[in-house]
Design a protein around this ligand. Structure first.
Ligand code: CIR
Length: 248
């Protein structure tokens, strides 16, 4: 498997954020945490490619939002935030070996709203992803089912509160969203920001700041790679948003 990442620009402190962080983003620390994320993915056996940052795109490290990939097909999204639409070009070049499809106006969708579990896409109905975006996703992947999910107020993306564990199970923060028919590993409400992890086989990269969740992932059978996420959180990011995972 492979992972596509994008480096953190010097302009990262100007990334979008719903509210100003309690302390400013430290770019050097953000880059160290990004290196730790890369190392954890490599430790899980992934071949990692890091695309160069673009200073004109402060959010460019959140590459997950720019494409949805399943099988040999990649749907290049039209991100909900207009300031982020320039990010897709570099992703498109990097994914040129796949069958590329492109989302067109008025559709918008952020990859962070899309959680794939087998042949089902659960998709957050967020401020970033509109009904036309959901329809475009369904049209690009006709062999998948698209299940819309209502998000609680203030939640940016579906995967802020859940993530797939790769074996049919989903890691899900208590009291957030309903995912009917899905086997769930619950994250306690006190650690609800910890439900965003990257799992590959029986290993998972998880945010280092949440000890109970690290423990429950270990109990659920995963070898856990803790990675600090303090700086991306200041820009409303987490772990999955920093990569696109490619099969094969
Ligand atoms: C944004 O507001 O778009 C970025 N600052 C954060 C995007 C995080 N992406 C994700 O969770 N998939």
């Amino acid at each position: 498997m492979r992972a596509l990442l994008r480096a953190i620009p010097d302009s990262f402190p100007r990334a979008l954020a719903a509210k100003a962080p309690a302390s400013p983003i430290e770019v050097a620390l953000a880059r160290a945490q990004h290196r730790a994320y890369r190392a954890a993915l490599e430790a899980m056996g992934l071949a990692v490619t890091v695309l160069p940052a673009d200073e004109a795109l402060p959010d460019c490290c959140f590459i997950e939002d720019t494409a949805v990939v399943a099988g040999g097909v990649a749907l290049l999204t039209r991100t909900g935030a207009p300031s982020r639409r320039g990010e897709t070009a570099a992703t498109a070049s990097a994914l040129a070996g796949l069958e590329l499809r492109k989302m067109e106006s008025p559709a918008t969708l952020d990859g962070g709203d899309v959680m794939r579990v087998g042949k089902t896409f659960f998709v957050g109905r967020s401020a970033r992803t509109n009904p036309e975006g959901l329809a475009a996703l369904g049209a690009a992947f006709p062999d998948h089912r698209v299940v819309p999910v209502e998000l609680p107020p203030g939640v940016l993306h579906l995967k802020c509160v859940c993530s797939p564990l790769g074996d049919g199970r989903v890691l899900l923060a208590e009291r957030t969203v309903a995912l009917p028919g899905v086997e769930t590993v619950w994250v306690p409400w006190e650690e609800r920001d910890a439900a965003n992890v990257v799992s590959v086989g029986t290993q998972a990269v998880a945010p280092a700041e949440f000890p109970r969740t690290l423990e429950l992932l270990a109990r659920a059978g995963f070898r856990v790679h803790p990675v600090p996420t303090t700086e991306v959180r200041k820009a409303d990011g987490a772990l999955t948003c920093q990569s696109i995972i490619l099969e094969g």
